[in-house]
Design a protein around this ligand. Structure first.
Ligand SMILES: [Zn+2]
Ligand SMILES: [Zn+2]
Length: 344
């Protein structure tokens, strides 16, 4: 028995010495690096071809900054095709870390042109171009979309020329690096195979026009409100949807921030924003009137940063409402009633 213990003790000592050598020597570090890099490169895609609709939250914050949250961005995978609704700051990193199949990114749908919805467009354009997207990236949106897209293409024209000069036209065909604007009037419908995408007008005054989008695919539906208060138009668009992602503001939290900032420049802004986002207290009526099966809140104003804030944010919400986080996934299998949530 003693002999066995002595043997085990020396084995542990040898393992410790070996581990210290690997950690501290160049050869050992290179061996670890190779293993780590291979694992990282061969990681499976977070969302891949799917028989149904799959939704990945690449940004759940509003302009009020929060750690671990990018600004608004929702990725929707329908079959093999990937789409985005909005592209706020930081969301391209969340998408990259989440290993979205950006070579299959077909289009971005913009709800409106506030900065927290468009800042990452150039990064998504670059990342999907580098990933091998075979067609130019289409940017759909209401009136104003051409001005935004032309301006961004202009601002990033030199960047494009450097990339092509460095990596060659074969890897990075220049024509695929230029985004193309597509006007999509509120109320219009786009069909792509089994998928239909409907744009609907929302109220985010004084931002006009502002729209939301509804995705319908093989018996499943996802509605993304964009920044919007509850109006009859939003209710009509969300009728009987499986999943609804809704912009939402917690009045108790914003009121307390308003009070704390009394007399400062922030006070006015905190008052102004109260009238153009849906209040959490209005969302029970939304669910009652639409029959939405799963309500999930995003574009959180402000993003709750601890358990207390989450508790207050959740006041008055219908039972089962989800406060989304970056990296959260919803799966809606085709021709089914299942809604599967995968937490990050
Ligand atoms: Zn916004
Ligand atoms: Zn907005």
């Amino acid at each position: 028995m003693k002999k066995l213990l002595r043997y085990l003790a020396s084995l542990v000592a040898v393992i410790i010495v070996l581990a210290i050598w690997v950690w501290n020597s160049n050869t050992g570090q290179d061996w670890l690096l190779e293993k780590a890099v291979n694992t990282a490169f061969n990681r499976p895609l977070t969302i891949d071809k799917y028989d149904g609709l799959k939704v990945f939250l690449c940004g759940t914050s509003s302009p009020i900054p929060a750690p671990n949250r990018a600004q608004t961005c929702v990725a929707v995978l329908a079959g093999e095709s990937l789409y985005l609704v909005d592209a706020g700051a930081g969301s391209a990193q969340v998408a990259a870390i989440g290993r979205l199949p950006l070579e299959r990114l077909e289009a971005v749908f913009l709800t409106h042109f506030h900065s927290d919805h468009i800042a990452a467009l150039p990064e998504f354009n670059l990342n999907s171009w580098v990933a091998g997207r075979p067609e130019p990236l289409l940017i759909f949106g209401p009136a104003g979309v051409s001005e935004v897209v032309d301006g961004l293409n202009n601002a990033y024209r030199l960047d494009l020329t450097y990339r092509v000069a460095h990596h060659g036209e074969k890897l990075l065909p220049p024509g695929l690096g230029v985004m193309q604007a597509r006007l999509m009037q509120p109320g219009s419908v786009l069909s792509r195979g089994d998928l239909t995408i409907t744009s609907f007008l929302v109220n985010h005054d004084p931002v006009r026009p502002a729209v939301g989008y509804r995705f319908d695919y093989r018996g499943r539906s996802v509605v993304i409100s964009g920044d919007a208060i509850i109006t009859p138009g939003l209710i009509k668009a969300a009728m009987e949807a499986d999943l609804m992602l809704q912009d939402s503001l917690s009045l108790p939290i914003i009121k307390s921030l308003e009070k704390a900032s009394a007399g400062s420049r922030m006070e006015k802004i905190l008052i102004d924003i109260q009238d153009y986002h849906a209040h959490t207290s209005d969302l029970s009526a939304l669910v009652d009137q639409t029959g939405v099966r799963q309500l999930a809140l995003y574009h959180l104003v402000p993003p709750p940063q601890n358990a207390l804030f989450e508790k207050i944010f959740s006041r008055d919400l219908p039972a089962g409402t989800v406060l989304t986080q970056d990296g959260m996934i919803f799966e809606l299998p085709a021709e089914s009633e299942d809604i599967v949530r995968i937490d990050p």
